[in-house]
Design a protein around this ligand. Structure first.
Ligand SMILES: C[S@@+](CC[C@H](N)C(=O)[O-])C[C@H]1O[C@@H](n2cnc3c(N)ncnc32)[C@H](O)[C@@H]1O
Length: 270
């Protein structure tokens, strides 16, 4: 059951030394409006229990910990759990576990979330598990942000070129990531077709915050694993990265500018 996720984690490069701290430093956290939407839809202003699946370094789980009684954050990669544990919170438990067999009681959760992680998982197994954990009226939500974020046309174009180079290199080298198997655009249909949810829909929202060239460059470094993972077999990944770095530094210089991150939430109400 966990074979798919295990393969994705091995291929990700996220187990490499130091990658979890890069991830934690540069990836975005969900904006307050996203949490508001989900809490409102689950009809509970202050959730009793949120279960975050594929919690990574805790960027989403910590956001929920600020507005829920308890958060259970499940993550299978020990390096990510180690990084997450550096920022403890009294009401937040990091569990090194696969989402496929969550150590959470039946009907106990108001929300089960997959932040940028559902495409790493076997959807049929995880949706059944989410439905088991949710109380009636509770909400399962897979939310993902669009990359590149919106910063500046030239920077965004260079970021997109780097992102595409990574994706194409993974395909060529037989190292595809989860999105190649379970595209995010199919999340809503998969949630609906699981038959576990009485209402399914997609909703979008945006977060915004200041960025500078180093943040944009760091974010690109954190997408798709460390570049060394390609072992010199994909020079275009390095080339597009250096091009993005040069353009970001030239365009943004030492300025801070707004960065808009768009989220797509695919949710199912139990
Ligand atoms: C892109 S990261 C997202 C991390 C975090 N949720 C965030 O918003 O930044 C996806 C994470 O899901 C984890 N993961 C993948 N499949 C999993 C599974 N079946 N059970 C638990 N964790 C899983 C990976 O190890 C990885 O850390």
């Amino acid at each position: 059951m966990t074979d798919f996720s295990r393969t994705m984690i091995e291929r990700s490069g996220y187990l490499r030394d130091g990658f979890a701290s890069t991830y934690e430093r540069f990836r975005p956290s969900p904006p307050p409006v996203l949490l508001d939407i989900l809490a409102r839809y689950a009809q509970v202003p202050h959730p009793h229990l949120v279960v975050d699946l594929g919690a990574g370094t805790g960027l989403s789980a910590r956001a929920w910990a600020d507005r829920a009684d308890r958060v259970a954050a499940l993550e299978a990669n020990p390096e990510m759990v180690r990084q997450a544990s550096r920022a403890p919170a009294a009401n937040l438990a990091y569990l090194r576990a696969y989402a496929d067999h969550a150590p959470v009681a039946d009907g106990s959760a108001d929300l089960v979330t997959c932040a940028q992680s559902f495409h790493w998982m076997d959807p049929a197994v995880v949706l059944a598990e989410a439905a088991r954990m949710l109380r009636p009226g509770g909400v399962f939500a897979a939310y993902d942000y669009d990359l590149p974020p919106l910063v500046h046309p030239d920077v965004d174009a260079a970021f997109a070129a780097h992102f595409d180079a990574r994706r194409d290199a993974r395909r060529r080298l037989g190292l595809q990531a989860g999105a190649a198997y379970w595209p995010k655009s199919g999340h809503e249909a998969r949630i609906r077709e699981s038959g576990h949810f009485r209402y399914v829909r997609e909703v979008t929202c945006h977060g915004s915050g200041p960025t500078d060239s180093e943040r944009v460059i760091g974010l690109a470094e954190s997408v798709g694993g460390p570049r060394e993972f390609f072992g010199g077999q994909a020079p275009e990944v390095d080339e597009t990265f250096y091009s993005l770095r040069r353009i970001a530094r030239a365009v943004l210089a030492d300025r801070e500018v707004p960065m808009v991150v768009s989220y797509r939430i695919r949710l199912g109400v139990r």
